[in-house]
Design a protein around this ligand. Structure first.
Ligand SMILES: O=C(O)CCC(=O)N[C@@H](CCC(=O)O)C(=O)O
Ligand SMILES: [Zn+2]
Length: 335
């Protein structure tokens, strides 16, 4: 296997490879772009016209997706996976991956779409660098642009594998992309309805990529991810990379759609979330339920029908999202 296939090992040991470019016997070019960043380019005549950005480790303790990208890279570097797409592999927060923690100083996934410029520290610098890697990668006009930002969640979930689909004014969520996700084993998609500061929101809003955050089960340490079965996603990613994808089913019958009813924002240290600590994502909440309270008599009462909670987290910094209330969506606004 070519040494650059060991991007995870290089990243975990904080090593810069001596040789920055390597070519497989089939003419596939691997180029190390910087810490945790590797571009794979098929020979010109075999390029299918897809630019695929695969990121993981934006949160350092979310290891199942990191292991998945590592398997794909090993396949490319050992010649068993023959790419026809251009692929950019990114490990988002190397320092946090080395520590096995979600972040070191602050959550990188709240620093995109310009937020890094209002902050400081290495995570802000890294967010700016990740934006630049993505900007350069998606710079060629006329090619398909697709970004999957792979995560796992802090808590268990009533729906194990789901996606978050960013929002941009005037742009419709794509039925075809949703069908592709369903074929990859994704059970539900949350359709966002406002701009955001996450990595997938940046590539969707600013670089015109189709982009998703994928939530792939519960976060566990390296080597302990057997309970998360990513086989369907892995097969689909291999097909995308090799350009052997069979027609994605057009039916969204088995895909549950949700939209954001409200984001719960923590305003102060007085914020109290009235949920059990082990509550699962997508747990239903009854109408009238007092979900949270905060300074100045702020009360978050559920008034939506069929509301469910995802990502409840009272420990986030003040000003950030401490949970999302979602409701079912009939999918009438899809393009
Ligand atoms: O389990 C949790 O509370 C968080 C899991 C996670 O990291 N989710 C992403 C979602 C990103 C998005 O909104 O697209 C995050 O919070 O950054
Ligand atoms: Zn995450």
């Amino acid at each position: 296997m070519l040494a650059l296939g060991k991007l995870l090992e290089l990243t975990l040991t904080d090593h810069e490879p001596a040789e920055k470019t390597q070519v497989t016997s089939r003419g596939v070019r691997l180029r190390w772009l910087g810490e945790g960043a590797l571009e794979v380019r098929p020979p010109e005549g075999e390029d299918c016209g897809l630019d695929l950005l695969l990121s993981a480790g934006i949160h350092g303790n979310e290891t199942a997706p990191i292991e998945l990208l590592e398997r794909l890279l090993h396949g490319v570097a050992s010649g068993t996976l023959i790419p026809r797409a251009r692929v950019l592999f990114l490990f988002g927060n190397p320092a946090a991956i080395r520590k096995g923690e979600r972040f070191v100083e602050q959550d990188i996934n709240r620093l995109f779409n310009g937020r890094h410029a209002l902050s400081s520290g290495f995570e802000a610098l890294r967010a700016a660098e990740l934006e630049q890697f993505a900007r350069v990668f998606f710079a060629t006009p006329g090619r398909q642009r697709l970004h999957y930002d792979l995560h796992t969640a802090i808590r268990g979930s009533k729906i194990e594998q789901f996606a978050l689909y960013p929002f941009k004014e005037g742009r419709l969520h794509s039925r075809e992309q949703l069908a592709r996700l369903a074929a990859a084993g994704i059970e539900a998609v949350l359709l966002q309805s406002k701009s955001s500061i996450t990595f997938s929101a940046f590539t969707y809003e600013q670089l015109d990529a189709e982009a998703f955050t994928l939530e792939l089960g519960k976060a566990r340490p390296f080597g302990q991810n057997a309970p998360v079965n990513l086989d369907r996603l892995e097969q689909r990613l291999i097909q995308l990379i090799e350009h052997t994808e069979t027609e994605a089913a057009q039916s969204l019958e088995n895909l549950k759609l949700f939209r954001v009813a409200r984001e719960v924002i923590k305003h102060s240290d007085n914020f109290r979330l009235h949920l059990p600590p082990d509550i699962e994502n997508f747990s239903p909440l009854p109408q009238g339920y007092l979900l949270a309270d905060d300074i100045a008599q702020t009360r978050w009462v559920v008034d939506e029908q069929d509301a469910r909670i995802i990502f409840p987290n009272p420990k986030v910094r003040n000003g950030l999202r401490a949970g999302i209330l979602v409701v079912p969506d009939a999918g009438q606004q899809l393009g």
